[in-house]
Design a protein around this ligand. Sequence first.
Ligand code: HEM
Ligand code: MTE
Ligand code: MO
Length: 410
Amino acid sequence: MVGGGALVRKPASPVGPLALLHRPVPEPPSSLRRGPLREGAWRSPLRSERTATLLGMWVGVAFAVCFATGLLSHLIQNPPSWFGWPSRPVNLYRVTQGLHVISGFAAIPLLLAKLWTVYPKLFEWPPVRSLLHAIGRLSLLVLVGSAIFQLVTGVLNVARWYVVMPFFFTTAHYWTAWIAIGAILVHVGSKLAIIRIGLSEPAAAEPPAAAVAGGLTRRSFLTAVAATSGVVALTTAGQTVPALSGITVFGQRDPRLGLQGLPVNKSAASAGVLETAVDPTHRITLDGPRPQQLSLAVLRSLPQHTVRLPITCVEGWSATADWTGIRMADLLDMMGLPEDAEVTVESLQESGLYRASVLAPPHSRDPLTLLALRLNGADLHIDHGYPARLIAPNRPGVLQTKWVSRVRAL
Ligand code: HEM
Ligand SMILES: Nc1nc2c(c(=O)[nH]1)N[C@H]1C(S)=C(S)[C@@H](COP(=O)(O)O)O[C@H]1N2
Ligand SMILES: [Mo]
């Protein structure tokens, strides 16, 4: 019951510096209240606590999935001492990184719908009620800005449109992820009361369709947004889910296409190894307690094994192939290294972030980890790393070093 003689207790007014935060600021002259600032300028009943809450929850879930899977990918590539990542199941990273990009794309229509639902609040009157109110409004800039930044940079990255990003994608995307998640948590905390209203408002409370702009009800609006998001997810997933490859729209790679049935990430030409990789005097150096240099002929004479493993690019595409070569465990034994040894696998490629990778347990001694010489039944194509490349289970593509020149004990 509201009013009706009920005793309403006024909140105790804060004292000291806090009072400054709450002190009302004068309202601007009402002659400025025009256009979108007018009272009643925004009347679509599709914008309600309920739609804002539900859309916010969906965006929140998509961002939580992105944050968890992105953080995992970061930890796998930059492992702190407390972090361990298994080498099985072989497709686990494929699932988590696939989910990252799929839920990121699916978040785009959700975020757009959410912003459409709440943007009239930009024109709230009076624009500022107190310092606290102003800080609250500014914090929304951080929230919206970081959320848009994550989606835009993510899309630009998988579209391989690096030139429009005047910063290193991974670092910017990583730190902004923390800002976005922090801003989401603060936002949810500050809106708990409205969220409660949004969740308790029965769907039936909505105005009859006839009374609604364009006849669109809240329910059909939400359904359309959810369906758009679902279609985006399905047409992105084909770059990692073979059954969906035929309907890929937003995936950047078709995993069925490419040299030897596998997409190429970096070509031999762009890595600058066109000549060195086919040089007949090329030797692979094993740098450890028992150093040695192996020619391709010697590598071919060692016991060969064939494994079926995916390449899982951090950019979300993945594809399975048959790889044949020497077990890394055998090479580490030849080098005289103990079970727990870590090595770096280095490339003929002279510069570039992905010219070398660290190989540590459990991946280093997993029987599925090979120095591969062959792919899908033929010698490696030069773009896939001829004469030899690393392939290990459950590992991001950036760590599957091509054109191996040296294995060095750490
Ligand atoms: C369309 C949306 C998105 C796409 C396409 C996308 C794409 C990517 C890609 C390709 C990477 C791998 C970077 C690398 O290892 O080189 C990545 C990493 C990451 N993403 Fe996203 N992302 C999206 C949205 C998000 C969102 C919403 C968040 C979190 C709020 C997020 C958090 C992260 C984190 C923490 C990493 C790890 C960065 C690192 O390894 O340092 N991403 N993302
Ligand atoms: N030397 C070297 N190896 C590399 C790369 C690279 O840039 N340089 N790119 C990696 C990346 S990002 C991926 S996804 C895989 C792709 O392997 P593929 O081109 O054979 O499909 O190779 C990895 N190996
Ligand atoms: Mo990659």
